[in-house]
Design a protein around this ligand. Structure first.
Ligand SMILES: [Zn+2]
Length: 251
């Protein structure tokens, strides 16, 4: 098992590096392929050996080799988080090919979805659409018997958020409803745990903001819900079945 974690981590670092590009370029309508990586300050192309995930950032001490402009710490952090999540998915689902594949694909979508929602308050159809299609195709191919549960979970979870997103302006958006539906298509009944975690953590962070900034300013600070749903999705992916079982046993 530890043997499988090394390639999972290295693969996660590479994918994380690409997800940084996705999160930066997709909302700006830029091509993901061209031009190659370049410094946003001086536009110098990044040499391949300066583009090694995490390592290059550390060796360059977070600065561009050409112009010395700082490179945001977010890049190596996103690479590290993606690598840790890939390793965790492999560790948890090593003997369940369906959840292994669905889990890695889901993580690869959740990382840019959370980042773009933080940056732009947007959950792009360009990400939730392909995520839903891949869930259907991979889920049906790998585990046809479980597809009905995942479809029901997706429809129920998306439907549950659709109404509040239509009724409460400025609260949840349609993008949130679509994202929960996607989580259902990947997690099946584990989407319940994902939503619960997102709701509880989102509420706690909202309360913390109100306490720190005071009621008026805190309530005005709109926080996007997508990152919390992404966090819930990760928890549901790694521990969803256990959490749902604990809940069902307790009540
Ligand atoms: Zn530069």
């Amino acid at each position: 098992m530890p043997l499988a974690l090394l390639p999972a981590t290295l693969f996660g670092l590479l994918i994380g590096s690409f997800l940084n590009v996705v999160a930066h370029r997709l909302p700006r309508g830029e091509s993901l392929a061209t031009p190659g990586s370049h410094c946003p300050s001086c536009a110098a192309p990044v040499k391949p050996w300066d583009n090694i995930p995490v390592l290059s950032w550390l060796l360059l001490r977070g600065r561009c080799r050409s112009c010395d402009a700082p490179i945001a710490a977010r890049y190596p952090i996103v690479e590290t988080v993606t690598a840790v999540l890939f390793a965790a998915v492999v560790a948890v689902h090593l003997h369940d090919t369906t959840m292994l594949v669905l889990g890695l694909v889901l993580v690869a979508f959740l990382v840019p979805i959370a980042l773009i929602d933080l940056d732009h308050r947007l959950i792009l159809n360009k990400l939730t659409g392909p995520a839903a299609v891949l869930a259907l195709v991979l889920g049906t191919a790998l585990d046809p018997g479980g597809e009905v549960e995942r479809l029901i979970a997706g429809a129920a979870a998306g439907g549950a958020l659709l109404l509040p997103s239509l009724l409460v302006p400025g609260g949840m958006g349609m993008g949130d409803a679509k994202l929960v539906a996607v989580l259902g298509l990947y997690l099946g009944r584990g989407v319940a745990a994902a939503f619960l975690v997102a709701f509880v953590v989102g509420t706690l962070v909202g309360l913390a903001l109100v306490l720190r900034k005071g009621m008026a300013a805190g309530r005005k600070t709109a926080i996007p819900f997508g990152p919390f749903l992404a966090l819930g999705g990760v928890v549901g992916l790694l521990a969803g079945d256990e959490l749902v079982d604990v809940y069902l046993d307790a009540f």
